[in-house]
Design a protein around this ligand. Structure first.
Ligand code: HEC
Length: 122
């Protein structure tokens, strides 16, 4: 029966697709902090970035989280530092799976986010 023989192949292709997706994420470890460090700070960049692009769903005061997981709250710099590897993979540099909506940060904002997170989100 053709269906029984093609099913495993389709499943295998699906796995390959999933694996390929995660391969194309840029991880925080492959994006070094510049040797001279960064002038970006929570106060002059991080808070504004997270408030404008993430906190409508991820803030503790969000009135509609739209499914954003409860442990991923970005109200304080400490919370951002704790989750910085995951924030990087979703939103920094060429990673763009967050925010999910149409109002994306600019490429320059994502580059700044990458630098700030790579330097430890000071
Ligand atoms: C419109 C609502 C919304 C906005 C805005 C949003 N998120 Fe999310 N976020 C979600 C939802 C829903 C999930 C759970 C589904 C998923 O992981 O894709 C999630 C999950 C996450 C996770 C946890 C999953 C993981 O991969 O570890 C992180 C980290 C994250 N978002 C980061 C961000 C960042 C950073 C921003 C801003 C640049 C942002 N999100 C903006 C809705 C949102």
């Amino acid at each position: 029966m053709a269906t029984l023989r093609t099913l495993p192949k389709a499943a295998a292709l699906g796995l390959v697709a999933v694996a390929a997706c995660s391969l194309f994420y840029t991880e925080i470890d492959s994006y070094p902090c510049p040797p001279a460090g960064t002038t970006l700070r929570y106060g002059n960049f991080g808070a504004t970035f997270m408030d404008s692009h993430c906190q409508s769903c991820h803030g503790s005061q969000s009135i509609d989280r739209q499914g954003a997981p409860g442990e991923f709250i970005f109200d304080t710099v400490e919370q951002i530092q704790r989750h910085r590897a995951r924030i990087f993979v979703r939103s920094a540099a060429d990673n763009n799976s967050m925010p999910p909506g149409p109002d994306d940060p600019t490429a320059e904002e994502r580059r700044q986010l990458a630098e700030w997170l790579a330097c430890g989100a000071p």
